[in-house]
Design a protein around this ligand. Structure first.
Ligand SMILES: Cc1ncc(COP(=O)(O)O)c(C=O)c1O
Length: 401
Protein backbone atom coordinates (compact mmCIF):
# COMPACT_ATOMS: atom_id res chain seq x y z
CA UNK A 1 0.00 0.00 0.00
CA UNK A 2 3.09 2.26 0.31
CA UNK A 3 2.79 3.99 -3.07
CA UNK A 4 -0.77 4.88 -2.16
CA UNK A 5 -0.26 6.35 1.29
CA UNK A 6 -1.93 9.74 1.59
CA UNK A 7 -2.91 9.43 -2.03
CA UNK A 8 -6.10 11.49 -1.79
CA UNK A 9 -3.96 14.61 -1.87
CA UNK A 10 -3.69 14.14 -5.66
CA UNK A 11 -7.50 14.43 -6.00
CA UNK A 12 -9.03 17.79 -5.10
CA UNK A 13 -12.49 16.20 -4.94
CA UNK A 14 -11.37 13.99 -2.06
CA UNK A 15 -9.66 16.53 0.18
CA UNK A 16 -12.69 16.69 2.49
CA UNK A 17 -12.15 13.84 4.99
CA UNK A 18 -15.92 13.47 5.36
CA UNK A 19 -16.12 12.13 1.78
CA UNK A 20 -15.63 8.38 1.42
CA UNK A 21 -15.83 7.65 -2.28
CA UNK A 22 -16.40 3.98 -3.05
CA UNK A 23 -18.16 4.22 -6.42
CA UNK A 24 -15.26 4.15 -8.87
CA UNK A 25 -16.90 1.48 -11.06
CA UNK A 26 -19.52 4.13 -11.89
CA UNK A 27 -16.96 6.86 -12.46
CA UNK A 28 -13.58 7.69 -10.96
CA UNK A 29 -12.43 11.01 -9.57
CA UNK A 30 -9.84 12.93 -11.56
CA UNK A 31 -6.29 13.56 -10.35
CA UNK A 32 -4.92 17.10 -10.43
CA UNK A 33 -2.38 16.08 -13.10
CA UNK A 34 -5.19 15.22 -15.53
CA UNK A 35 -7.12 18.42 -14.72
CA UNK A 36 -3.92 20.41 -15.27
CA UNK A 37 -3.29 18.79 -18.68
CA UNK A 38 -6.82 19.58 -19.85
CA UNK A 39 -6.76 23.16 -18.65
CA UNK A 40 -3.26 23.78 -20.00
CA UNK A 41 -4.47 22.76 -23.48
CA UNK A 42 -7.37 25.25 -23.38
CA UNK A 43 -5.28 28.02 -21.78
CA UNK A 44 -2.65 27.61 -24.48
CA UNK A 45 -5.25 28.18 -27.23
CA UNK A 46 -7.75 25.70 -28.62
CA UNK A 47 -7.99 24.77 -32.26
CA UNK A 48 -9.99 22.45 -34.46
CA UNK A 49 -7.66 19.65 -35.63
CA UNK A 50 -7.07 18.89 -39.29
CA UNK A 51 -9.06 21.94 -40.42
CA UNK A 52 -7.06 25.08 -39.81
CA UNK A 53 -3.60 26.23 -40.78
CA UNK A 54 -3.01 28.59 -37.85
CA UNK A 55 -0.89 27.76 -34.82
CA UNK A 56 -3.70 26.73 -32.51
CA UNK A 57 -5.19 24.35 -35.09
CA UNK A 58 -1.77 22.84 -35.83
CA UNK A 59 -1.12 22.37 -32.12
CA UNK A 60 -4.53 20.69 -31.65
CA UNK A 61 -3.80 18.31 -34.55
CA UNK A 62 -0.46 17.41 -32.98
CA UNK A 63 -1.97 16.91 -29.54
CA UNK A 64 -4.77 14.72 -30.86
CA UNK A 65 -2.24 12.56 -32.62
CA UNK A 66 0.13 12.26 -29.64
CA UNK A 67 -2.81 11.54 -27.31
CA UNK A 68 -3.98 8.78 -29.62
CA UNK A 69 -0.49 7.27 -29.54
CA UNK A 70 -0.39 7.38 -25.72
CA UNK A 71 -3.84 5.83 -25.25
CA UNK A 72 -3.12 3.17 -27.88
CA UNK A 73 0.21 2.26 -26.25
CA UNK A 74 -1.57 1.94 -22.89
CA UNK A 75 -3.41 -1.14 -24.23
CA UNK A 76 -0.50 -2.38 -26.36
CA UNK A 77 -1.98 -1.11 -29.63
CA UNK A 78 -0.65 1.00 -32.48
CA UNK A 79 -2.16 4.48 -33.02
CA UNK A 80 -3.76 3.41 -36.29
CA UNK A 81 -5.64 0.70 -34.40
CA UNK A 82 -7.40 3.10 -32.03
CA UNK A 83 -10.54 5.16 -32.62
CA UNK A 84 -11.74 7.81 -30.23
CA UNK A 85 -15.38 7.48 -29.24
CA UNK A 86 -17.70 9.13 -26.72
CA UNK A 87 -17.20 6.19 -24.37
CA UNK A 88 -17.39 2.43 -23.98
CA UNK A 89 -21.04 2.32 -25.04
CA UNK A 90 -20.36 4.04 -28.33
CA UNK A 91 -17.36 1.82 -29.06
CA UNK A 92 -19.36 -1.35 -28.42
CA UNK A 93 -22.26 -0.08 -30.55
CA UNK A 94 -19.92 0.78 -33.41
CA UNK A 95 -18.45 -2.71 -33.41
CA UNK A 96 -21.78 -4.51 -32.94
CA UNK A 97 -23.36 -2.55 -35.80
CA UNK A 98 -20.44 -3.37 -38.11
CA UNK A 99 -20.41 -7.06 -37.31
CA UNK A 100 -24.06 -7.73 -36.48
CA UNK A 101 -25.49 -6.17 -39.61
CA UNK A 102 -23.72 -8.82 -41.69
CA UNK A 103 -25.14 -11.75 -39.74
CA UNK A 104 -28.05 -13.89 -40.89
CA UNK A 105 -30.52 -16.40 -39.48
CA UNK A 106 -28.54 -19.48 -38.46
CA UNK A 107 -25.58 -17.42 -37.23
CA UNK A 108 -24.85 -17.21 -33.51
CA UNK A 109 -23.40 -14.51 -31.26
CA UNK A 110 -22.11 -15.71 -27.91
CA UNK A 111 -22.29 -13.38 -24.91
CA UNK A 112 -21.95 -14.09 -21.21
CA UNK A 113 -24.47 -13.65 -18.46
CA UNK A 114 -22.10 -11.04 -16.96
CA UNK A 115 -22.57 -8.47 -19.72
CA UNK A 116 -23.41 -4.84 -19.01
CA UNK A 117 -26.35 -3.59 -21.10
CA UNK A 118 -23.80 -1.73 -23.27
CA UNK A 119 -22.56 -5.08 -24.58
CA UNK A 120 -25.98 -6.68 -24.59
CA UNK A 121 -28.61 -4.34 -26.00
CA UNK A 122 -26.79 -3.59 -29.30
CA UNK A 123 -26.63 -7.35 -29.98
CA UNK A 124 -30.23 -7.90 -28.88
CA UNK A 125 -31.47 -5.19 -31.24
CA UNK A 126 -29.40 -6.51 -34.15
CA UNK A 127 -30.56 -10.07 -33.49
CA UNK A 128 -34.15 -8.84 -33.78
CA UNK A 129 -33.36 -7.05 -37.07
CA UNK A 130 -31.21 -9.73 -38.65
CA UNK A 131 -32.64 -12.95 -37.21
CA UNK A 132 -29.41 -14.41 -35.77
CA UNK A 133 -29.41 -16.06 -32.36
CA UNK A 134 -27.70 -15.08 -29.10
CA UNK A 135 -26.43 -17.67 -26.65
CA UNK A 136 -25.31 -16.68 -23.15
CA UNK A 137 -22.50 -18.46 -21.39
CA UNK A 138 -24.03 -18.97 -17.95
CA UNK A 139 -22.34 -18.47 -14.61
CA UNK A 140 -20.61 -21.65 -13.50
CA UNK A 141 -20.64 -23.00 -9.94
CA UNK A 142 -17.28 -21.35 -9.29
CA UNK A 143 -18.75 -17.92 -10.13
CA UNK A 144 -17.03 -17.54 -13.53
CA UNK A 145 -17.85 -19.13 -16.88
CA UNK A 146 -17.29 -22.83 -17.49
CA UNK A 147 -14.75 -23.22 -20.30
CA UNK A 148 -15.75 -26.85 -20.93
CA UNK A 149 -19.30 -25.67 -21.56
CA UNK A 150 -17.98 -22.77 -23.65
CA UNK A 151 -16.17 -25.34 -25.84
CA UNK A 152 -19.50 -27.00 -26.54
CA UNK A 153 -21.38 -23.76 -27.19
CA UNK A 154 -18.82 -21.98 -29.39
CA UNK A 155 -19.00 -23.81 -32.70
CA UNK A 156 -19.24 -23.47 -36.45
CA UNK A 157 -22.36 -21.23 -36.24
CA UNK A 158 -20.59 -18.77 -33.91
CA UNK A 159 -19.56 -15.57 -35.66
CA UNK A 160 -18.84 -13.31 -32.68
CA UNK A 161 -17.96 -13.82 -29.03
CA UNK A 162 -18.52 -10.57 -27.11
CA UNK A 163 -17.44 -10.60 -23.49
CA UNK A 164 -16.69 -8.29 -20.61
CA UNK A 165 -13.22 -8.63 -19.13
CA UNK A 166 -14.35 -7.77 -15.60
CA UNK A 167 -17.90 -7.79 -14.24
CA UNK A 168 -19.14 -4.39 -13.11
CA UNK A 169 -21.44 -6.10 -10.59
CA UNK A 170 -19.29 -8.81 -9.00
CA UNK A 171 -15.76 -7.87 -10.01
CA UNK A 172 -15.17 -11.33 -11.53
CA UNK A 173 -12.37 -11.42 -14.11
CA UNK A 174 -13.54 -13.52 -17.04
CA UNK A 175 -11.20 -15.84 -18.99
CA UNK A 176 -11.09 -13.62 -22.07
CA UNK A 177 -7.85 -15.08 -23.40
CA UNK A 178 -9.22 -18.64 -23.33
CA UNK A 179 -12.55 -17.58 -24.84
CA UNK A 180 -10.69 -15.74 -27.61
CA UNK A 181 -8.79 -18.93 -28.44
CA UNK A 182 -12.01 -20.94 -28.62
CA UNK A 183 -13.59 -18.25 -30.81
CA UNK A 184 -10.67 -18.03 -33.19
CA UNK A 185 -10.55 -21.83 -33.52
CA UNK A 186 -13.97 -21.62 -35.21
CA UNK A 187 -13.21 -18.40 -37.13
CA UNK A 188 -15.34 -16.14 -34.89
CA UNK A 189 -14.39 -12.58 -33.94
CA UNK A 190 -13.82 -11.49 -30.36
CA UNK A 191 -15.11 -8.23 -28.88
CA UNK A 192 -14.04 -7.22 -25.38
CA UNK A 193 -15.75 -4.77 -23.06
CA UNK A 194 -12.84 -3.44 -21.01
CA UNK A 195 -14.76 -0.67 -19.21
CA UNK A 196 -13.97 -2.11 -15.79
CA UNK A 197 -10.62 -3.71 -16.48
CA UNK A 198 -8.36 -1.11 -18.12
CA UNK A 199 -7.80 0.87 -14.93
CA UNK A 200 -7.45 -2.24 -12.78
CA UNK A 201 -5.39 -4.79 -14.76
CA UNK A 202 -2.60 -4.60 -17.31
CA UNK A 203 -4.37 -5.02 -20.67
CA UNK A 204 -2.60 -5.87 -23.91
CA UNK A 205 -4.88 -6.31 -26.90
CA UNK A 206 -2.41 -8.40 -28.87
CA UNK A 207 -1.78 -10.74 -25.95
CA UNK A 208 -5.52 -11.07 -25.40
CA UNK A 209 -5.96 -11.86 -29.07
CA UNK A 210 -9.16 -9.83 -29.39
CA UNK A 211 -10.45 -8.16 -32.55
CA UNK A 212 -12.02 -5.16 -30.80
CA UNK A 213 -11.78 -3.77 -27.27
CA UNK A 214 -13.74 -0.79 -25.96
CA UNK A 215 -13.15 1.38 -22.91
CA UNK A 216 -13.86 4.87 -21.58
CA UNK A 217 -11.71 7.53 -19.91
CA UNK A 218 -14.07 8.44 -17.09
CA UNK A 219 -13.64 5.07 -15.38
CA UNK A 220 -9.85 5.40 -15.49
CA UNK A 221 -9.27 8.80 -13.89
CA UNK A 222 -9.80 10.69 -17.15
CA UNK A 223 -12.49 13.07 -18.40
CA UNK A 224 -16.08 12.26 -19.23
CA UNK A 225 -17.33 12.13 -22.82
CA UNK A 226 -14.37 10.35 -24.38
CA UNK A 227 -13.46 6.71 -24.85
CA UNK A 228 -11.67 4.56 -27.36
CA UNK A 229 -12.05 1.34 -29.21
CA UNK A 230 -9.23 -0.82 -30.47
CA UNK A 231 -9.97 -2.25 -33.90
CA UNK A 232 -7.67 -4.90 -35.33
CA UNK A 233 -6.28 -4.48 -38.85
CA UNK A 234 -8.32 -7.50 -39.79
CA UNK A 235 -11.61 -5.98 -38.56
CA UNK A 236 -11.16 -2.38 -39.78
CA UNK A 237 -12.20 -3.01 -43.41
CA UNK A 238 -15.51 -4.41 -42.13
CA UNK A 239 -16.36 -1.30 -40.14
CA UNK A 240 -18.77 1.39 -41.33
CA UNK A 241 -19.01 4.82 -39.74
CA UNK A 242 -21.75 5.47 -37.17
CA UNK A 243 -21.76 9.19 -38.04
CA UNK A 244 -21.41 11.10 -41.29
CA UNK A 245 -20.25 14.71 -41.48
CA UNK A 246 -17.22 16.98 -41.48
CA UNK A 247 -13.69 15.69 -41.28
CA UNK A 248 -14.27 12.20 -42.69
CA UNK A 249 -14.02 12.92 -46.39
CA UNK A 250 -11.24 13.78 -48.81
CA UNK A 251 -13.55 15.02 -51.56
CA UNK A 252 -17.26 15.65 -52.01
CA UNK A 253 -18.45 16.09 -55.61
CA UNK A 254 -22.01 16.35 -56.88
CA UNK A 255 -22.27 12.67 -57.63
CA UNK A 256 -19.44 11.06 -55.68
CA UNK A 257 -17.92 11.17 -52.24
CA UNK A 258 -14.35 10.10 -51.60
CA UNK A 259 -14.13 9.10 -47.95
CA UNK A 260 -10.97 9.35 -45.87
CA UNK A 261 -9.03 6.13 -45.88
CA UNK A 262 -7.67 6.53 -42.39
CA UNK A 263 -9.25 6.70 -38.92
CA UNK A 264 -10.91 10.06 -39.70
CA UNK A 265 -13.57 8.00 -41.46
CA UNK A 266 -14.94 6.91 -38.08
CA UNK A 267 -14.55 10.20 -36.24
CA UNK A 268 -16.86 12.61 -38.10
CA UNK A 269 -17.38 16.01 -36.47
CA UNK A 270 -15.01 18.19 -34.46
CA UNK A 271 -12.81 15.96 -32.30
CA UNK A 272 -12.83 16.16 -28.51
CA UNK A 273 -9.22 17.35 -28.19
CA UNK A 274 -9.50 18.36 -24.52
CA UNK A 275 -10.92 14.92 -23.80
CA UNK A 276 -8.14 13.20 -25.72
CA UNK A 277 -5.48 15.21 -23.88
CA UNK A 278 -7.06 14.31 -20.52
CA UNK A 279 -7.43 10.68 -21.59
CA UNK A 280 -3.72 10.50 -22.43
CA UNK A 281 -2.82 12.18 -19.12
CA UNK A 282 -4.94 9.58 -17.30
CA UNK A 283 -3.08 6.77 -19.07
CA UNK A 284 0.24 8.37 -18.07
CA UNK A 285 -0.99 8.70 -14.49
CA UNK A 286 -1.84 4.97 -14.34
CA UNK A 287 1.39 4.01 -16.08
CA UNK A 288 3.39 5.95 -13.55
CA UNK A 289 1.67 4.09 -10.72
CA UNK A 290 2.02 0.75 -12.50
CA UNK A 291 -1.04 -1.41 -13.08
CA UNK A 292 0.50 -4.26 -11.07
CA UNK A 293 0.69 -1.96 -8.03
CA UNK A 294 -2.83 -0.72 -8.62
CA UNK A 295 -4.00 -4.33 -8.72
CA UNK A 296 -2.20 -5.24 -5.48
CA UNK A 297 -3.64 -2.19 -3.80
CA UNK A 298 -7.18 -3.10 -4.83
CA UNK A 299 -6.74 -6.72 -3.78
CA UNK A 300 -5.59 -5.64 -0.33
CA UNK A 301 -8.61 -3.38 0.11
CA UNK A 302 -10.96 -6.03 -1.27
CA UNK A 303 -9.59 -8.73 1.03
CA UNK A 304 -10.10 -6.52 4.09
CA UNK A 305 -13.62 -5.56 2.98
CA UNK A 306 -14.73 -9.13 2.31
CA UNK A 307 -13.29 -10.34 5.65
CA UNK A 308 -15.08 -7.58 7.55
CA UNK A 309 -18.39 -8.04 5.72
CA UNK A 310 -18.27 -11.80 6.31
CA UNK A 311 -18.25 -11.18 10.06
CA UNK A 312 -21.48 -9.16 9.99
CA UNK A 313 -24.87 -10.81 10.50
CA UNK A 314 -27.42 -10.81 7.63
CA UNK A 315 -24.82 -9.67 5.12
CA UNK A 316 -24.63 -11.85 2.00
CA UNK A 317 -21.58 -11.38 -0.24
CA UNK A 318 -22.27 -12.10 -3.91
CA UNK A 319 -18.80 -11.57 -5.33
CA UNK A 320 -16.63 -14.64 -5.95
CA UNK A 321 -13.90 -15.95 -3.67
CA UNK A 322 -10.61 -14.09 -4.08
CA UNK A 323 -8.85 -17.16 -5.54
CA UNK A 324 -10.99 -16.92 -8.65
CA UNK A 325 -9.50 -13.64 -9.76
CA UNK A 326 -11.40 -10.45 -9.39
CA UNK A 327 -10.97 -6.70 -9.44
CA UNK A 328 -11.81 -4.27 -6.65
CA UNK A 329 -15.58 -4.41 -7.11
CA UNK A 330 -17.66 -6.17 -4.45
CA UNK A 331 -21.43 -6.70 -4.35
CA UNK A 332 -23.37 -7.66 -1.26
CA UNK A 333 -26.86 -7.39 0.15
CA UNK A 334 -28.37 -7.22 3.61
CA UNK A 335 -31.24 -9.57 4.37
CA UNK A 336 -34.49 -7.69 4.77
CA UNK A 337 -33.10 -4.30 3.66
CA UNK A 338 -33.55 -2.84 0.17
CA UNK A 339 -30.25 -1.92 -1.47
CA UNK A 340 -31.46 1.66 -2.04
CA UNK A 341 -32.11 2.06 1.70
CA UNK A 342 -28.56 0.89 2.38
CA UNK A 343 -27.22 3.37 -0.18
CA UNK A 344 -29.23 6.25 1.28
CA UNK A 345 -28.19 5.56 4.87
CA UNK A 346 -24.56 5.27 3.81
CA UNK A 347 -24.82 8.48 1.74
CA UNK A 348 -26.17 10.23 4.87
CA UNK A 349 -22.86 9.30 6.51
CA UNK A 350 -20.77 10.54 3.60
CA UNK A 351 -20.12 7.08 2.14
CA UNK A 352 -20.74 6.89 -1.62
CA UNK A 353 -21.56 3.45 -3.02
CA UNK A 354 -23.92 2.27 -5.75
CA UNK A 355 -27.11 0.24 -5.30
CA UNK A 356 -29.43 -1.50 -7.74
CA UNK A 357 -29.04 -3.63 -10.86
CA UNK A 358 -25.97 -1.89 -12.26
CA UNK A 359 -27.23 -2.08 -15.88
CA UNK A 360 -26.68 -5.84 -15.86
CA UNK A 361 -30.20 -7.20 -15.45
CA UNK A 362 -29.54 -10.74 -16.77
CA UNK A 363 -26.85 -11.28 -14.15
CA UNK A 364 -28.83 -9.97 -11.19
CA UNK A 365 -31.85 -11.97 -12.37
CA UNK A 366 -29.80 -15.15 -12.70
CA UNK A 367 -28.44 -14.69 -9.19
CA UNK A 368 -32.01 -14.02 -8.04
CA UNK A 369 -30.76 -11.24 -5.80
CA UNK A 370 -32.69 -8.18 -6.89
CA UNK A 371 -30.47 -5.15 -6.47
CA UNK A 372 -27.09 -5.29 -4.76
CA UNK A 373 -24.99 -2.86 -2.78
CA UNK A 374 -21.78 -2.35 -4.75
CA UNK A 375 -18.51 -1.09 -3.34
CA UNK A 376 -15.85 -0.29 -5.93
CA UNK A 377 -12.36 0.88 -5.15
CA UNK A 378 -10.07 3.37 -6.84
CA UNK A 379 -6.39 4.17 -6.35
CA UNK A 380 -7.28 6.85 -3.77
CA UNK A 381 -9.02 4.49 -1.35
CA UNK A 382 -7.33 3.26 1.78
CA UNK A 383 -8.00 0.86 4.64
CA UNK A 384 -9.65 3.66 6.65
CA UNK A 385 -12.29 3.95 3.90
CA UNK A 386 -13.10 0.27 4.41
CA UNK A 387 -13.46 0.89 8.16
CA UNK A 388 -15.86 3.77 7.51
CA UNK A 389 -17.93 1.66 5.13
CA UNK A 390 -18.16 -1.15 7.68
CA UNK A 391 -19.16 1.31 10.42
CA UNK A 392 -21.85 2.56 8.05
CA UNK A 393 -23.14 -0.94 7.36
CA UNK A 394 -23.32 -1.57 11.11
CA UNK A 395 -25.51 1.53 11.46
CA UNK A 396 -27.81 0.15 8.76
CA UNK A 397 -28.01 -3.19 10.57
CA UNK A 398 -28.86 -1.42 13.83
CA UNK A 399 -31.56 0.64 12.13
CA UNK A 400 -33.24 -2.35 10.44
CA UNK A 401 -33.38 -4.90 13.27
C1 LIG B 1 -18.73 -3.32 -17.80
C2 LIG B 1 -19.25 -2.04 -18.37
N1 LIG B 1 -19.40 -1.94 -19.69
C3 LIG B 1 -19.85 -0.80 -20.28
C4 LIG B 1 -20.17 0.30 -19.52
C5 LIG B 1 -20.66 1.54 -20.20
O1 LIG B 1 -19.77 2.58 -20.02
P1 LIG B 1 -20.16 4.07 -20.44
O2 LIG B 1 -21.48 4.33 -19.77
O3 LIG B 1 -19.06 4.87 -19.87
O4 LIG B 1 -20.27 4.13 -21.91
C6 LIG B 1 -20.05 0.23 -18.13
C7 LIG B 1 -20.44 1.38 -17.27
O5 LIG B 1 -20.73 1.23 -16.11
C8 LIG B 1 -19.57 -0.96 -17.53
O6 LIG B 1 -19.40 -1.08 -16.22
Amino acid sequence: MDAFVDFKKHFSALHDPAVVYLDSAATTQVPDSVLAAVSSYARGGRGNPYRGLHTFAAKATKLLSSSRATVAAFIGARPEELLFTKGTTEGLNLVARALGSRLCPGDQVVLTIFEHHANLLPWRELARERGFSITYLPMAKNGSVDLELAKKIIGSRTKVVAVTQASNVLGTILPVYELAELAHDVGALVVVDAAQSVARLPVDVHQLGCDALAFGAHKMYGPEGIGAVYISDHLRPQLSPLLYGGGMVDEVLDDTIRYAEDLRLFEAGSPNVAGAVGFAAACEFLQLLGLEHVRQHELELTAKLVRALAELPRVIIHSPAPELGRVGVVSFSIEGVHSHDVAQLLADQGVAIRAGYHCAAPLTRCLDIGGTVRVSFGVYNDLADVDKLIEGVKTVLARFV
